[in-house]
Every structure is written in structure tokens, then in C-alpha cells.
Design a protein around this ligand. Structure first.
Ligand code: NCD
Length: 292
């Protein structure tokens, strides 16, 4: 099993080469290789719009045939395991599998699978292609990672994006800190205040409050959360001139971010989505070419 499961074992050089490949695909479509004989399946056991469909668009851009899968209507509904489902697709002749699953490190039970597996988000642990598209967005803005100050803001504890981003960003010598209410804080990075983040950071990376992951309803009202931890227009305007706002989306408008800030000139939220297609094209082609 190769593919892309986590960025943890990948050196900064390889990470940079994935970003460079994605940027080259974005700037020059003649750089894109085609894999017309390949077919891949997207197995999503959690909801997804951007990740699922950008993987599908990426496949179409690479000439790969995408196969969709819904656990409803499949033998998962009869109790079939993840392993048996993936093994089935291997023996149907599929060339790669893209999986999102609520279980952290779901891929550990798939070691006997012989086709590439791409992690599209595992529980609260990791989301490697999201981290890569976030890095690409930062790289396009600043042309470097070293020394940049980033604050991850919001529901850190339940966010695979926060956990995955922090691990790689620290290794790229970025100065990572976290901001949020006590119940969402863990040991991902040192904690700072939202005011410090707004006034000093190059990047404010907002995170969605993961309402579906905490049965324990947060005590705070959405309005209170917004005024204490949300990116209001006043805060966005106060950020450094060159600073940017990111969010993996979907956004809870009026909670993590004011409606009017989603498309603020400092916001890169929709550009992140565009970059996601190129990152997924880069990752898939590098795996098929044996470069990853
Ligand atoms: C993220 C996810 O699902 O992990 N979204 C995404 O992939 N674009 C973040 C989230 O759902 O909050």
C-alpha cells in the first residue's frame, strides 16, 4: 500500500516538490500528465463537498475515470468492513482508493491492500491534502514558509486540519500558535489571544466549530463565540497589510467568520478550494509516477 496517508513521514523537500508540481499544473496545463487507463474510487464515510468533488475533478483533469461510492446502497449497510470493501475494489481492478473515515488512522487496518490509498481525512487526526493545499495557498502569497507566523483559531481539539497543519508547519519552521475557548484547546501549539493573532500573524487559519463531533453542546451562544473568537470585519481590517485569512470550509457564517469577511480581500477561502484541485492532481500523478 503506498499513496498518501499522512505527511508525517515526508521530508520538507518532498512536501515542497508536491507544492511545486501543483503550482506548475495551475500555471501551465501542458505540464499535466494524463492517465487514461486508470480508474479510482472515492469512498467517503463522512460528509464532504470540497474534498470529495475536488478529488473527482482532479481525476477528470488527469484523464482518470472517477467512480463514486455511497455507503448507503452498498454492502457497508449489510455490515461489510472497510477492509473487505477496499479489497473488493482492488480485485475489481480499481487503481487507487480515496478514503474519508471517522476513525483516526483507519488505514492501519488496510496494510494488506495492494493499491494506493489516499487519505481524505481521518477522524480528528489528519487531512494531508488539505494541509498541502493550505501550504500551497501560503506559498503563493509569501513565497516561503520559514519564519511565518500562523494562528490556528477555533475548535482545535476536534480538528484534523489543525492537527495535520500544525505538525507540518512546525517542521517548515513556521511559528504556530492556537487560539480558542478552553474546551477546544489541546497541546497542538502554544496558546495566544485572538488580539495577538490578529495583530501579529501573517496567517489566521480559522477552523470550523465541529458541531457534529461534540455531543456536549458548547455553553457559549453562536453570537458570543463570534464576538470572542470570530473573524469580524473590524478584526480582518486590523490584520497586517499582507496577512491572509484561511478556512478549510465549510464555514459557519456568523460563527467563526462574519458573512462579509468570507470574500474579504485578505480572505483566501475560495482560492484554497481552487488550489485543492491542483494539489490532488499533483499527489495522484506523483504516486502513479512513483515519485511519492
Ligand atoms: C474539513 C474536514 O472535513 O476535515 N473540510 C474540508 O475537508 N474542506 C474541515 C471541516 O469540516 O471543518
Amino acid at each position: 500500500m503506498n499513496g498518501l496517508l499522512t505527511l508525517k513521514g515526508l521530508s520538507p523537500n518532498i512536501i515542497q516538490s508536491i507544492i511545486d508540481t501543483a503550482v506548475s499544473f495551475k500555471n501551465d496545463s501542458s505540464k499535466v500528465t494524463s492517465f487514461p487507463d486508470k480508474k479510482m474510487v472515492t469512498l467517503f464515510f463522512e460528509n464532504s463537498t470540497r474534498t470529495q468533488y475536488s478529488f473527482q475533478v482532479a481525476m477528470l483533469n488527469l484523464g482518470i475515470t472517477p467512480i463514486g461510492f455511497s455507503s448507503i446502497g452498498s454492502s457497508i449497510a449489510k455490515g461489510e468492513s472497510l477492509y473487505d470493501t477496499v479489497k473488493t475494489f482492488e480485485y475489481l481492478g480499481v487503481d487507487g482508493v480515496i478514503i474519508r473515515h471517522s476513525q483516526n488512522e483507519f488505514y492501519k487496518e488496510l496494510e494488506n491492500v495492494n493499491i494506493p490509498i489516499f487519505n481524505a481525512g481521518d477522524g480528528t487526526a489528519d487531512h494531508p491534502t488539505q494541509t498541502l493545499l493550505d501550504l500551497m495557498t501560503i506559498y503563493e502569497r509569501f513565497g516561503k514558509f520559514d519564519g511565518l507566523k500562523i494562528a490556528l483559531v477555533g475548535d482545535i481539539a476536534h480538528s484534523r486540519v489543525a492537527h495535520g497543519n500544525a505538525e507540518v508547519m512546525k517542521r517548515l519552521n513556521m511559528d504556530v500558535s492556537i487560539v480558542g475557548p478552553e474546551i477546544f484547546i489541546d497541546d497542538t501549539a502554544p496558546r495566544i489571544t485572538l488580539d495577538q493573532a490578529v495583530d501579529t500573524c501573517d496567517i489566521v487559519n480559522l477552523l470550523r466549530v465541529q458541531f457534529e463531533r461534540h455531543a456536549d453542546v458548547i455553553e457559549m451562544s453562536k453570537d458570543d463565540y463570534h464576538s470572542l473568537y470570530g473573524m469580524t470585519k473590524a478584526r480582518a481590517d486590523r490584520m497586517k497589510k499582507d496577512a491572509i485569512i484561511m478556512h478549510p470550509a465549510p464555514v459557519n457564517r456568523g460563527v467563526e467568520i462574519a458573512d462579509s469577511v468570507v470574500e474579504h480581500k485578505k480572505s483566501r477561502i475560495f482560492e484554497q478550494m481552487r488550489n485543492g484541485v491542483y494539489i490532488r492532481m499533483a499527489v495522484i500523478s506523483m504516486v502513479f509516477e512513483g515519485k511519492l
